[in-house]
Design a protein around this ligand. Sequence first.
Ligand SMILES: Cc1ncc(COP(=O)(O)O)c(C=O)c1O
Length: 381
Amino acid sequence: MMSHLFPNYNKLPFEIVEGQGSYVKDEHGQQYLDFTSGIGVVNLGYGHPVVQEALLKQAETLWHMPNLYNSQLQETVATQLVQQIPASEEYAVYFCNSGAEANEAALKLARKATGRTQIISFQQSFHGRTFGAMSATGQESIHAGFGPLVPGFTYLPFNDAAALAAITADTAAVILELVQGEGGVIPAEKGWVQAVAAHCKDTGTLLIIDEIQTGMGRTGTFYAFAHYGIEPDIFTLAKGLGNGIPVGAMIGKAALQTAFGAGSHGSTFGGNKLAMAAAAAVCQQISEAPLQHNVQARSAQLMDGLKDLPAVETLRGRGLMIGIVLADADTLQQVMSHLREEQLLALKAGSRVLRLLPPLTITEEETAAGIAILRRVLAQC
Ligand SMILES: Cc1ncc(COP(=O)(O)O)c(C=O)c1O
């Protein structure tokens, strides 16, 4: 039968119909160990009881009210998110529904607050598919056929200190992933990130950190910027914030609030009650120390378990965001298909990187089971 869907996704020929913890099942009852978390979304695992209970409770009360009324739930989640920022300054939160929308809000806020237009981002970056977020994305393959892009975007080489001279008093903002996700799981070097922050400070440029993939505990701290000793002016979240319920957030220094006055920006569904109920439960779970310790321990277990494999050119990442660089794109395809045969789901990033994003709740035994499969498959290629 002809599909009535646009073919814009490269879909695998099976459907996942059930999920519990770190495991999912397809329509034939075949079980898979999921090292993808639905692309870094279901950070607390599938069917997390606390998130589920919060959602069900909210579903019995009220699902939606527009942003024409106060929302205690929005205030609660905003407070939870701001409390996790290791900085002395005050921050404010704007809620939306996805990562691209959170970045749109950040880019619009930066232009409005600075009165400048130039935005600097980095090669291989990924910031989303809407016009602003796509224009910030430093990958030609993502732009192809959609031009003209939003004017004013410049792409610098990543981790390159010399290139930072391009940040000037004409630059509204620099937007940056601390571990480039889709681009190939490439961690930013700490000294370089601090140099970016210093250039921004010197030129009055706003520093936007895209935490859409790295945030919500993924790298072993609530926000990845905690590893880098920087205070972003703005940062963005989505993916793990709702553990599968669509929600995004743009968080900026309180001094920027005046640039986003009433009527300046908005979203019908932004801060929706169901999304906020899920996000409140997620924030509470992710802020707990044992979860963050688990991320660090499982990360060390994976890094240790996957080292010394001849097929692995480089093993890199942070926390439970791990990239395995393979010889080429064909090898990656073969590895991914063998992993599926062995009932392990993984992702690709860039052209030849196998990307692992297991749930942050993954156990030591599940991690060991995943390592055994990975070692077996990687040994064959
Ligand atoms: C770093 C980063 N920014 C932005 C996005 C876009 O998020 P969304 O697909 O929710 O629009 C993604 C999605 O993969 C991402 O990884």
